[in-house]
Ligand binder design. Structure first.
Ligand code: PGA
Length: 330
């Protein structure tokens, strides 16, 4: 279910507050926010991930809201939950309230102007290799702006864009399941890395098909790096031999270093290891995979002056602050 998809019937029969109500409802904004996320995702698990809450905390908020309205809001059919009629009505109002609050926040932020605004930025875990440098430079220029940075993987970034809960996102491939504005701002080459003692390290040019014999240390399924790698291998009809799976680039590098397999990583993550020769780039046909970093935000979102300043800063100056990448040639 998406906000704004309420059928005309709901609009013709709204729950209107009546002056002589026998009981007062004490619905809180928090209950509505949690309910809205569960209703939109039709999943307690996804809502708890989106809101960074435990599943029992999410269930409790929904139960409290159900107690307040004295009606069930969800029904269960097997493992799938769906909204009851009351749930659909409340969803309609929770979306309107959410929009009004967001509009209020945007107006307040624009009144503060660029010198005192607040800015929330969410970045892919791989972006975190250069995001602090960018934010520090931005903070030097606009010291009055309060910054909030969330570092997470691609899947969670897509949820955040769906929920329209952050000003700006820095990620790899922009999502096609959400209507967004996206602007490329910097290269993000993906390379195959190995320990220096690996047989392929001194083999010169390696055929892509030869990779089918190697084990790969993999990022988690929600990772953009992993998705790009899987797409590339699938396009070329080469099966990936999966080794260990890890959610952190740092852990992946240690695993490759320890001989647990090769890996495909962003060049941004291995600058130091290449410099100290703890890892090497393999000269594989088809690599580096040429990707770009994108600045992304939900289409229709009114960017605050602080967000507009950050957008301009990233698009025009990011490359200068991040500095040149090492060569992708071994
Ligand atoms: P990730 O990087 O693998 O840390 O999610 C984002 C991307 O490359 O799209």
């Amino acid at each position: 279910m998406r906000c704004g998809t309420t059928s005309p019937e709901f609009l013709r029969f709204p729950i209107l507050p009546t002056p002589n109500r026998s009981s007062d409802m004490h619905v809180t904004l928090r209950q509505l926010k949690v309910f809205e996320s569960v209703a939109r995702n039709l999943s307690y698990t996804k809502a708890s991930q989106e809101l960074h809450l435990s599943q029992p905390a999410v269930s409790m908020q929904v139960r409290q809201l159900e107690d307040e309205v004295s009606l069930p809001l969800f029904e269960k059919l097997g493992k799938q939950i769906s909204l009851t009629e009351a749930g659909r009505e409340i969803f309609h109002y929770s979306c309107s309230i959410d929009r009004a609050l967001q509009e209020m926040e945007e107006v307040v932020e624009s009144l503060k102007g660029v010198s005192r605004g607040r800015l929330s930025v969410a970045v892919a875990s791989t972006v975190n290799y250069f995001a602090p440098r960018l934010l520090a430079a931005f903070h030097d220029r606009y010291p009055g702006i309060g910054l909030r940075l969330d570092v997470t993987n691609r899947e969670r970034l897509v949820h955040q864009l769906q929920a329209n809960s952050v000003d700006l996102v820095l990620m790899g491939q922009p999502p096609d399941v959400v209507d967004v504005v996206s602007e490329a701002f910097m290269k993000n080459p993906l390379v195959v890395v190995a320990p220096p003692e690996h047989a392929l390290a001194t083999a010169g040019r390696v055929d892509f098909a030869r990779l089918s014999e190697e084990v790969f240390v993999m990022r988690e399924p929600g990772s953009g790096t992993r998705q790009a790698m899987e797409r590339f291998f699938a396009e070329r009809g080469v099966a990936i031999r999966h080794g260990m799976q890890m959610t952190r680039n740092e852990a992946i590098k240690q695993a490759v270093r320890a001989g647990l397999g090769l890996s495909v990583v962003s060049l941004h993550t291995v600058e130091l290891e290449l410099e100290t020769q703890r890892l090497v780039i393999l000269d594989v046909e088809g690599f580096p995979l040429e990707r770009q970093w994108h600045l992304v935000y939900r289409r229709g979102r009114r960017l605050s002056p602080a967000a507009r300043a950050f957008r301009e800063f990233v698009l025009e100056e990011a490359r200068g602050f991040v500095g040149p990448l090492p060569s992708t040639r071994p």
